[in-house]
Design a binder for this molecule. Structure first.
Ligand code: DGY
Length: 303
């Protein structure tokens, strides 16, 4: 890109302040934000904005005020498809780790407190053959459902705005149902919906109370979809058995009390974090930037 654009890079990956983001938007024609860059309406509607393209490095774009971008005539692109399998793998990792108490077991061994094998030591929940409920059957939801069904013989239910055709489900036997039925029936509930005003706090004390007390909740989507205070209370009180989280409402900060719970597995937003996938995401973002530079249609325009 250095042959086409003059570049400024956030070399040390610090979380950019509003002032720094405002400067970037004023200086550059193209800004390549990540999930940590909160591009608010105020920033995007400032009279100093010069940027014409936000080539987001990631598929989710809830950190960008899309209405303000569109009002300012700024196009937004993302990197869909290339992170599907990697993110599904992290959902699978969290489901297995939460059910089989892998986090607790690892902490026990490292602490030097493990006193050896015995018949009732660290009993946990078997996953094979159980029911997985997918909330939001997009690319990642489907990839995870396929891994769970083909790899672990799990039954799949899903709630989604639309019923997927057999072709869209790639032959996967999956039952479409209302969220309430999914919550009441699933042994594992995995969130794959985008963060929108409609999905904000979709998982709260009310919806959590509809889940089985033996169930586990998995989130690789966005932190905002869960009311974390309600989840912490539910995990404390045994309303559900466990949770596995890769995303949080105020990353990288955790809600008070979350890290103290033994029955939650916590990962640092690493769903797309394989070398292969991050390179592919970069190439995808570059394809969008090149198209912009050459005045061609943007391959992954989301607005
Ligand atoms: C994505 O691509 O949405 C990942 O969560 C990183 O932002």
């Amino acid at each position: 890109m250095a042959d086409v654009f003059e570049l400024r890079i956030n070399d040390d990956n610090h979380v950019m302040s509003s002032a720094e983001l405002a400067q970037a938007l004023a200086w550059a024609d193209v800004v390549c934000p990540t999930v940590t860059d909160s591009l608010t309406g105020a920033l995007l509607s400032a009279p100093t904005v010069n940027a014409k393209l936000l080539a987001n490095f990631g598929v989710g774009f809830n950190h960008i005020d899309m209405a303000a971008a569109s009002r300012a005539g700024i196009a937004v692109t993302n990197t869909p498809g290339v992170l599907t399998d990697a993110t599904a793998e992290i959902a699978l990792t969290l489901m297995l780790s939460s059910a089989r108490r892998a986090g607790e077991g690892e902490r026990l061994v490292r602490s030097g407190q493990w006193d050896g094998w015995h018949p009732t030591h660290m009993l946990s929940t078997q996953v094979t053959g159980k029911t997985l409920g997918i909330v939001g059957m997009g690319r990642i939801g489907l990839a995870f459902a396929k891994q769970a069904h083909h790899g672990l013989g799990m039954n799949i239910m899903y709630s989604s705005r639309v019923t997927r055709s057999e072709q869209a489900l790639e032959g996967l036997p999956a039952k479409h149902c209302a969220l309430d039925e999914l919550l009441a029936t699933s042994d594992f509930v995995s969130l794959h919906c985008p963060a929108t005003p409609q999905t904000r706090h979709l998982i709260n004390s009310q919806t959590l109370s509809k889940m089985k007390p033996t169930a586990h909740l998995i989130n690789t989507a966005r932190g905002d979809v869960i009311n974390e205070e309600d989840l912490i209370a539910a995990l404390r009180q045994g309303v559900i058995a466990g949770a596995g989280l890769d995303v949080y409402a105020a990353e990288p900060k955790l809600s008070e009390g979350l890290a103290d719970l033994p029955n939650v597995v916590l990962l640092p937003h690493m769903g797309s974090g394989t070398t292969q996938t991050r390179v592919a995401m970069g190439e995808c973002a570059l394809a969008n930037i090149r198209a912009f530079a050459e005045d061609r249609p943007l391959p992954n325009q989301v607005s």
